[in-house]
Design a protein around this ligand. Sequence first.
Ligand code: I6G
Length: 743
Amino acid sequence: MTAPRGVAARLRELRDAIDRHNHRYYVLDDPEVPDSEYDRLFQELQAIETEHPELVTADSPTQRVGGAPLAAFDEVSHSVPMLSLENALSADALAEFDRRVRERLGRDGQIRYAAEPKLDGLAISLRYERGSLVQAATRGDGSRGENVTQNVRTIASVPLRLLGEGWPRVLEVRGEVFMPRKGFDRLNAGQRAAGDKTFANPRNAAAGSLRQLDPAVTAKRPLAMFCYGLGLVDGHAMRDSHAANMALLKDWGLPVSPELQVVDGLAGCAAYFADIGGRRAELAYDIDGVVFKVDSVADQATLGAVARAPRWAVAQKFPAQEELTVVEGVEFQVGRTGAVTPVARLKPVFVGGVTVSNATLHNMDEVQRKDVRVGDTVFVRRAGDVIPEVVRVLPQHRPKHARVVRLPAHCPVCGSEVSRPEGEAVARCSGGLFCPAQRKEAVKHFASRRALDIEGLGDKLVEQLIDQSLIADPADLFALDVDRLAALERMGQKSAQNLVDALDKSRSTTLARFLYALGILGIGETIATHVAAACGTLEAVMTLKLANLVEIKPSQAQRLQAILAETAEPATAIDTLAAFDGAKWFTHTHALLLAERFATVGDVVAAAPGDVANTPDIKIDGVGDVLAEKLVTFFRQPHNRDVIAKLLESGVHWPDVPVAAVAQQPLAGKTFVLTGTLSASRDVFKERLLALGAKVTGSVSKKTDYVVAGAEAGSKLTKAESLGVPVLDEDGLEALLSGAAGD
Ligand code: I6G
């Protein structure tokens, strides 16, 4: 049945009116009509939609809360990465930021900054297509987040349809979801009354509410949002200033901070920071600082981004909050790499919005420097998300029998010896993967998002698996079956099956991720990518020798032979030596390198200097002598080789990286900038370029070799054209990649 034309027109009228009233009520805080009038319009709309279900659309105000509870959130790839912010923890750090901005832009005068409070909430990306909200996603790791559309639709201040006109065909808006303090207090009072768990602070409450699988629960939570930036914009030239763009969003009905202001130079920033700091307690929501952004969009493009943060924005944090409490004990925690870290157990104290009962003491040098003893009254500090720390002791409150903290001789978890090498601050358990604590951390790392990305394998589950001896190392994960998993605490048949599926999916990975997942000391994600690119195969990595990577110059070899002849016993094993007067460069790494060829000092002294000298034949970006030793030593350990063999037997695999050494990599020395929308996330193309030895940077300069421009490329494309930098489209990039890879 088609509805009469008059009905459709009335329906449009009602939706427009309700959207407008919602906006005035929830965004502008300035309602135009009494609640009774709003209710009447809403009921009329509901009645029409009940009679004409064919007229119901997803962006109707009646459809905010809908949809069945989810089993899990889908993953969403961000077409433009969601960056984080550099922090400035002092006025000096902010001045340094301003100096760098002016230097990079070549400006003497003041920079105009857009300033607004930094909310203590959760970053979110909203996607509007032709004015309707189609997707909302969390930041996740910046490239991929979780699809929380159903939940975000329930936030009253987020429009399901944009107001006005002239919006781009696709508009991605970034902002922060938060819970105002009053709503938080009400929520906790309700939770308490119902005997349910209360939330420690508004941030946790906002995060917990947004990650509900049942949108009906989220709908009851008092969430709000402010937009602070843009993601992908397709089909509309936005304005050339950040503040003007935010004003445009506001015109389209999106909530923008009423505190947003444009200020001039560092002095303007300082005044704004002081003003907001003074009014912090009066604001309706928690903030932890102020964000300053270069207001000119063209200048933002020139400044670009480093790693995960734009160079044109900074978060100046309020000073950390500190409270007094008492150290009730000191325990030692064992981390993934065996580091034994002293942790103070504190009398619980409320600092910066959370109850703190543990604080790190970092290492024994710090314990001694601060002279922290059990029984001491101490200041504890918590700054933002940083782990709380003991700042200083109040010696006047020290009880008579305050106990001195000593490093245990044996690991508190496995009983192995704890050693602290000369000159190192960190003490380590020598148990390696024999130590359950290290095993747990190793498995957690192996499963983590940037490693093998095993969805559903949370920390608690890993702990259970190790404690119940169901696994001893990461390779054992692949032998787990649904029945064994389903028998674990808080696991059912369905989640067990999901985990087995996730394990199966994770078998297919990349060499770089695999190397990172092994958790080799010092080998982070970037270095793992360089190692994979330089070596090409796991076998090549596993057979690396120090001789491939570490240099001993002929002049050093000669001098070393002379010193050894004079000062060392010929029968001394060469791998026990390090540093001599006159050869301070000679480290344990060099001794290990020589041990690949010689057994004793006598053998080294008797050799031709040319045989003692060494020229490395593989250059791995970022791998110096220290990392070279860690890498080579790791793969020499039989238990590490056993775990790797087991992993390969369980079907973990990756595509080959057909490369030998960086110098021979086809794209070595070439710098690329990726811009605009490509058919897959830019990270995918970045990974492929890195694997062939290329560098990928965020900003275009004369040194850029290629700019790869996808759809709707903006200022970077314009800059490339003005500098005469070659521009490739996606097909051009594919051709270059397959040519370079020798396909
Ligand atoms: O995490 C953030 C909070 C607030 C932001 C941010 C912000 O502006 C007020 N702005 C940017 C550009 C980014 N993160 C990346």
